[in-house]
Design a protein around this ligand. Structure first.
Ligand SMILES: Cc1cc2nc3c(=O)[nH]c(=O)nc-3n(C[C@H](O)[C@H](O)[C@H](O)COP(=O)(O)O)c2cc1C
Length: 308
């Protein structure tokens, strides 16, 4: 999730059992121009599959960026045709490509032709209620060699409003023979079971619910296999995850900027622990890395549990 996740969070998610963690969307043009933010988003996680998502509207630029990522070791290239942001769709990229399936197919074909790595697609049900054309896009994608499609069960014009329509994803599952992953509003294993049952999809993608809970996708995967509940890691492990995520951001971005980027994650981590409001406030306002680590330890009650 662009502007939210980062390689540090993906690292924790994969260590805790997520099958695959896609990078935040990387603009093909920005990557080729050496944009620092694009470079950071395209950072791999050691020991885990390196799945990078590209966004753009020019087949040649997308192919060039995909080749560059493959040269850098990408195991999988995902193409974003779902981002609803006006900044992206206004540039005829992301979800705007659902309005022009010929343009979408040209991009997919160019990227598939450029790399040996599997190419996958992330999209939505359609642009709006009147044009739910994801099944047609999925068929075009499959015919040019795309290997897997993830469908967020909303239209572009819904942005994030209303509930994701998991049942509507069944139409796309039936339209293609490649695996389809269902996405939208998965907050736990019961949702995941319902999503799979309603759609017949091969897998579930989790976005927002993993903020503050990067262990969640792995716990859901295990619960789906075992039929049991999704169990969080022990508090010491959750603390270690949060501290490692913070450490990653400080190392990559430097103290001030790393702390600023970490705030939303730190808030989400300590909300999960039911931390008191003043501790949370101190954590999201501190300018000092050492204090951030100390406050984080307090939120997980590390001292009390060590003494017990
Ligand atoms: C702030 C934000 C940034 C996002 N960035 C991306 C992105 O870069 N690439 C992408 O495929 N989806 C992106 N998404 C969409 C999510 O991946 C997901 O499809 C959507 O949030 C619905 O799933 P969820 O309910 O599990 O979060 C973003 C969502 C949010 C809220």
């Amino acid at each position: 999730m662009a502007g939210v996740t980062d390689a540090g969070m993906r690292r924790v998610a994969q260590r805790r059992g997520a099958s695959l963690a896609f990078s935040e969307m990387v603009a093909s043009a920005g990557l080729m121009q050496g944009d620092a933010e694009c470079g950071a988003r395209a950072e791999s996680v050691p020991g885990a599959p390196f799945a990078v998502q590209l966004v753009g509207c020019e087949p040649a630029s997308m192919a060039q960026a995909a080749r560059r990522l493959a040269d850098d070791g990408a195991d999988l290239i995902d193409i974003n045709m779902g981002c609803p942001a006006r900044r992206v769709a206004g540039a005829l990229a992301g979800s705007a490509l659902m309005r022009d399936l010929d343009a979408a197919a040209r991009i997919l074909e160019a990227v598939v032709g450029a790399v040996a790595a599997p190419v996958t697609l992330k999209t939505r049900l359609g642009w709006d209620e009147a044009s739910r054309n994801a099944a047609a896009l999925a068929q075009r994608a499959q015919s040019v060699g795309v290997k897997l499609i993830t469908i967020h069960g909303r239209t572009r014009c819904q942005f994030y409003q209303g509930a994701a329509d998991w049942k509507a994803v069944a139409e796309i599952v039936e339209a293609v023979s490649i695996p389809v992953v269902v996405n939208g509003d998965c907050n736990g294993v019961e949702d995941a079971r319902a999503m799979l049952a309603a759609s017949g999809a091969a897998g579930v993608m989790i976005g927002r619910a993993a903020t503050g809970r990067p262990w969640l996708p792995g716990a859901i995967a295990r619960a789906l296999d075992s039929g049991g509940p999704a169990t969080p890691p022990a508090p010491d492990d959750r603390h270690a995850d949060a501290a490692q995520h913070l450490e990653h951001l400080l190392t990559r971005m430097g103290g001030r900027s790393g702390l600023r980027h970490a705030r939303k994650h730190l808030a989400a981590y300590v909300d999960e622990e039911g931390a008191p409001a003043e501790l949370r406030r101190a954590l999201v306002t501190t300018e000092t890395p050492g204090e951030a680590f100390a406050l984080l330890a307090r939120a997980y009650d590390v001292d009390r549990r060590r003494a017990a």
